[in-house]
Design a protein around this ligand. Structure first.
Ligand code: ZN
Ligand code: ZN
Length: 306
């Protein structure tokens, strides 16, 4: 995802956090029956903390791409399933397997690990702050918003699909056939399409500043799909955080990456011929589902940090 998209998702997660407690679900997707009072209190307190330094939201949600630059290592989680690539090559390439059928090779990005690690650091900082006042609200807020970047990225279907990393001409390890992979331009086209849909909406809402003439473009055909208005009851119903314990964060994020990969397979069914994969296959409804899930997941992880 690109800059304004990350800022927008972080903002929407903060905005919807308290109201979204009405829609808490369990990990299996059922309505949560447990007492939501403590979660609501936590959401309110956290929402207030997140709004303390608004300029932090802009910088921290984008810092992993802009400053930290750990894109290849931690913004993705490249999976591949049985039955897609050559079976012998696929087996040799797999270093980790999840749920029996989803494999990951070495260098396949570790978004869930980074998210789990950052969540643990935030929890530690909160304890240390209570003990010796060592960390400021701004520092805590920065880390909360920082983690939102990796969570949002895990919802980009291409970030969780090995087909997004075509092997180089010399590469003999990545499973073939090579023409099952996406063209390297597809990734940027998808994220540019989202950025162009988001920017006018985010500018109009005062979430991002006008920094170029492109910010002043009117909303496009896809913009409606990314509008989440807290005043709209139908929009509120789409933001459904999952009730999680802090020890579940890693497994939950791996599940989310698997869901992202399944989405990628649904959008772009594997077919030889990279030219076959286009942005037209990604429907506005799918974009809306991806954004709603990303916002919900950011809230889920924030509320799980303990
Ligand atoms: Zn990306
Ligand atoms: Zn990123």
């Amino acid at each position: 995802m690109k800059r304004n998209t990350h800022i927008y998702i972080a903002h929407k997660a903060i905005e919807f956090m308290t109201d979204s407690v009405d829609n808490l679900i369990t990990r299996s997707g059922k309505a949560s029956k447990a007492d939501d009072k403590p979660v609501r209190e936590k959401a309110k307190t956290l929402q207030r903390l997140m709004l303390t330094h608004r300029d932090t939201i802009i910088e921290a949600s984008w810092a992993p791409d802009d400053i930290i630059n750990d894109r290849l290592r931690y913004h993705t989680f490249k999976l591949f399933k049985d039955g897609i690539f050559d079976p012998d090559q696929a087996q040799a390439y797999a270093t980790q397997t999840f749920e029996g059928v989803y494999h990951r090779g070495s260098g396949g990005g570790g978004a869930p690990f980074k998210i789990d690690h950052l969540a643990a650091i935030i929890a530690d900082f909160r304890k240390l702050r209570a003990y010796n006042d060592n960390f400021t609200v701004r520092e805590l807020q920065y880390l909360y918003v920082l983690v939102s970047h990796y969570i949002a990225d895990a919802h980009v279907p291409l970030h969780c699909d090995l087909r997004d990393d075509p092997p180089s001409a010399k590469d003999r390890k990545k499973p073939g056939p090579r023409d099952l992979y996406f063209k390297s331009s597809l990734h940027d086209k998808v994220e540019t399409m989202w950025e162009e849909a988001v920017t006018p909406v985010a500018v109009a809402a005062g979430i991002v500043d006008v920094t170029s003439h492109e910010c002043c473009d009117p909303p496009d055909a896809l913009s409606e799909a990314i509008v989440f208005d807290l005043r709209n009851g139908d929009h509120r119903k789409l933001i459904r955080p999952v009730r999680l314990g802090s020890s579940e964060i890693m497994d939950f994020m791996i599940e989310r990456c698997i869901a992202s990969y399944e989405r990628s397979l649904a959008i772009w069914p594997p077919e030889p011929g990279a030219d076959r994969y286009t942005t037209a296959q990604l429907s506005p409804q799918m974009t809306r589902d991806i954004f709603a899930d990303a916002i919900s997941c950011v809230i889920s992880i924030w509320l799980a940090i303990d």
